[in-house]
Design a protein around this ligand. Structure first.
Ligand SMILES: [Zn+2]
Length: 138
């Protein structure tokens, strides 16, 4: 049985960023589907349910796909296309984790986010990217 499972999964694409994202979005759609059962006679709910199902089928199709080379290329393109969204979310994560020790400032000139230790009072901040100086309260 174990050997058969290994054989089944060998040479398959496995989970990647696209399949993981598709599954997360499908969970989101299922929640929306449940929340909208009473809206427009349940049409909206059905639409979200169908989209969730399509995404689930699509992600499993990717996971079990044997065309690993093509799936990897698609995944690389997906990662490149969503890098902006990813850095936005990782920025939020970094801020919540480090928020107690550091304060974050945005450079008024180039919009670079700068990290300054908390509890230093009013400080002069020099932007490490453009060299602009501005003051901020830590
Ligand atoms: Zn700057």
């Amino acid at each position: 049985m174990k050997q058969r499972l290994i054989n089944f999964f060998s040479g398959r694409n496995g989970t990647d960023s696209i399949s993981k994202s598709a599954l997360w979005v499908s969970i989101l759609f299922l929640i929306v589907s449940i929340a909208t059962t009473r809206v427009l006679d349940g049409i909206l709910s059905t639409v979200f349910w169908v989209f969730a199902l399509i995404l689930i089928v699509y992600s499993y199709w990717r996971i079990l796909s044997r065309n690993v080379y093509k799936r990897r290329a698609e995944n690389d393109r997906f990662i490149a296309a969503t890098s902006g969204i990813r850095s936005f979310f990782s920025g939020i994560k970094i801020r919540t984790v480090q928020g107690r020790q550091y304060k974050f400032f945005k450079c008024p000139l180039c919009k670079t986010v700068l990290r300054v230790p908390r509890g230093k009072g009013k400080v002069q901040i020099t932007c490490k990217k453009c060299g602009n100086r501005f003051s901020g309260k830590t």
